[in-house]
Ligand binder design. Structure first.
Ligand code: NI
Length: 188
């Protein structure tokens, strides 16, 4: 297993639509282990493949730390391959989100609470599940990463202006992180 450097905004890989996983392989399994190790090293609760520079439809989640003192179900570590949302609540709830690719940026974001999802688990078995609360929230945030969407995209134009400076600092690499980040190619 290895801790992989995390890609920060505004690396183009974060804006790409990721490719579906076609087959299982030893390499894929090692990659999923690396995603988990990288997520835990960075104290994250979710991490998507594009955030380590791979444009692939895979993410990992372990939101147990968020649900410790709640009545929400603890799912433990879960890997999601080719995940999809089947249906979602009409009602939205507001939760503050952050992202390992956007250090120190946290904003209140409205999203549906209950979602019904379909995905392959890491044994390539098709799973259908219904999530609410933190698991739902992290799933939606990570699925967005596979479609090139970042959480601040949901903010209104006023809020976007307020965070523009912070985004610029992240883009320039002028931020401190407690986890390894990918060096920016000076040409890009
Ligand atoms: Ni994120």
């Amino acid at each position: 297993m290895a801790v992989l450097p995390i890609v920060l905004y505004n690396d183009p890989v974060l804006r790409q639509k990721a490719e579906p996983v076609k087959t299982d392989s030893k390499e894929l399994q090692v990659f999923i282990d690396d995603l988990f190790e990288t997520m835990y090293e960075a104290s994250g609760v979710g991490l998507a493949a594009p955030q380590v520079g791979r444009s692939l439809r895979v993410f990992v989640v372990d939101a147990d730390v968020m649900v410790e003192d709640t009545d929400e179900q603890a799912y433990g570590p879960m890997a999601f391959i080719n995940p999809e949302i089947h249906s979602k609540d009409n009602q939205q709830i507001i939760i503050e989100e952050g992202c390992l690719s956007l250090p120190e940026l946290r904003e209140n974001i409205a999203r549906p609470d209950e979602i019904t999802v379909k995905f392959l688990d890491r044994d390539f078995r098709e799973q259908h599940m219904t999530f609410t609360g933190w698991m739902s929230r992290v799933f939606q945030h990570e699925l967005d990463h596979l479609d090139g969407v970042l959480f601040f995209d949901y903010l209104g134009s006023f809020k976007k202006r307020l965070i523009a400076r912070r985004l610029q600092l992240i883009d320039e690499g002028a931020v401190e992180t407690e986890y390894p980040v990918r060096e920016r190619n000076p040409q890009s």
